[in-house]
Design a protein around this ligand. Structure first.
Ligand SMILES: C[S@@+](CC[C@H](N)C(=O)[O-])C[C@H]1O[C@@H](n2cnc3c(N)ncnc32)[C@H](O)[C@@H]1O
Length: 360
């Protein structure tokens, strides 16, 4: 393993859901332990970020960009390697200090993200970063390289009104949105806000492909735990035929749709008549029970692609996932190399995570 990156860094900055700092830290530390990288994490409760620091000068935290698959880091929504911390920016000329620091770093980058951890307390800083972004692009503050010359993204992250951290990440393992937050609009016809979870999962796990290639007319899907029907509705927007399984009621327009068959039954008692293109599942139940059901679908090859939610009501979410879910999922995806595994707590996920097993 190459232990050092070309640029000396102070550690990694990881964005996560507010309240999930310990899980995010436990996960990255486990990854580092597996790679035998000596490191520790600094966490502040409810800050929505974690700092990961290597303790051995022979290692640089930025090597994790090469060693870890970003879409398999569950609790990290966005990350960058920290090159500098500016704790006392001048109140009326922040951009001047930032520009001077970035120029002194001597790194190449082809894009910039202005970021703020996702907490209610820090929300007002988004207005500040928006305006700094506008001013800096008007005044050409930064020297962007061509994409073929550098694939680095420059990150400028505010954790206070005069306190920011600067760093970089390779674009191929960077979330395209600031702090890993996808801002999606709920269509007024959608039966539930849950629809946004599936929409975000599809956009995140298939970033470079068109949605209408992976979901199209003629395909069949099963939606387990479908009511009131947000996921079913989204699938029908692509012309996909959906069998919706839930004892609860679906929104009336879905019952009228020729694309939807609602079966009022228990998801654990249902099996499909023939293998389907998609299994999607958002069942409000214990995660171990839902996962057993997913394993049954996998063993029987009942679906080509699977996207499912695991609720995490417990306190130590990473510990639970590590002991009961992650290794099994990795085993499954290794047995079938043409099945890609993605696991993430997406920005529309609440106390839950989204897992996808997708045919490549
Ligand atoms: C979060 S809601 C699903 C929302 C849905 N994805 C949407 O977009 O509208 C969870 C659903 O799981 C269903 N559910 C819980 N246990 C179930 C079971 N054993 N079989 C089928 N559905 C179940 C509930 O009835 C509830 O409608």
């Amino acid at each position: 393993m190459n232990r050092k990156s070309k640029i000396k860094t102070l550690g990694l900055f990881l964005f996560c859901r507010q309240g999930y700092e310990k899980d995010c830290a436990a996960e990255i530390q486990q990854v580092a332990r597996n790679l035998r990288i000596p490191a520790y994490c600094k966490t502040i409760e409810n800050s929505a970020y974690v700092q990961f620091i290597c303790t051995d000068p022979n290692y640089d935290a930025a090597v994790l960009f090469e060693q870890v698959q970003f879409d398999q880091l569950i609790f990290t929504r966005q990350w960058f390697a920290i090159t500098s911390e500016l704790a006392e920016l001048s109140d009326n000329n922040r951009l001047f200090d930032i520009e001077a620091n970035v120029h002194s770093l001597n790194i190449k980058y082809s894009d910039v993200l202005w970021e703020v951890p996702d907490t209610d307390e820090l929300k007002p800083l988004n207005r500040l970063t928006k305006s700094l972004n506008q001013i800096s692009s008007k005044s050409n503050s930064f020297n962007f390289s061509d994409k073929h010359e550098s694939n680095n993204v420059l990150h400028i992250c505010f954790i206070g009104s005069t306190h920011c951290l600067i760093g970089f990440s390779p674009s191929n393992c960077t979330h395209p949105n600031s702090a890993g937050i996808m801002h999606l609009k709920l269509p007024h016809q959608a039966p539930s806000r849950s629809m946004l979870k599936l929409d975000e999962a599809l956009r995140t796990f298939y970033p470079r492909r068109k949605q209408n290639q992976i979901l199209k007319k003629g395909m069949c899907a099963v939606d387990l735990g479908a009511a009131p029907g947000g996921w079913t509705w989204l699938l029908t927007q692509y012309g996909v035929q959906v069998v919706a399984i839930d004892n609860g009621a679906l929104e009336t327009t879905l019952n009228e749709s020729k694309l939807v068959t609602h079966i009022k039954t228990d998801a654990y008692k249902y099996s499909p008549e023939f293998p389907v293109d998609w299994l999607v599942a958002d069942i409000a139940d214990k995660p171990s029970r839902v996962f057993e059901l997913i394993e049954l679908w996998l063993e029987n090859n009942w679906a080509r692609n699977l996207i499912f939610i695991l609720k995490l009501p417990m306190l130590q979410r990473f510990k639970f996932l590590n002991e009961h879910i992650i290794n099994r999922l990795k085993e499954i995806s290794q047995q079938e190399p043409n099945r890609r595994l993605c696991m993430k707590q997406l920005s529309h996920d609440r106390n839950e995570i989204t897992i996808a097993l997708l045919k490549t």
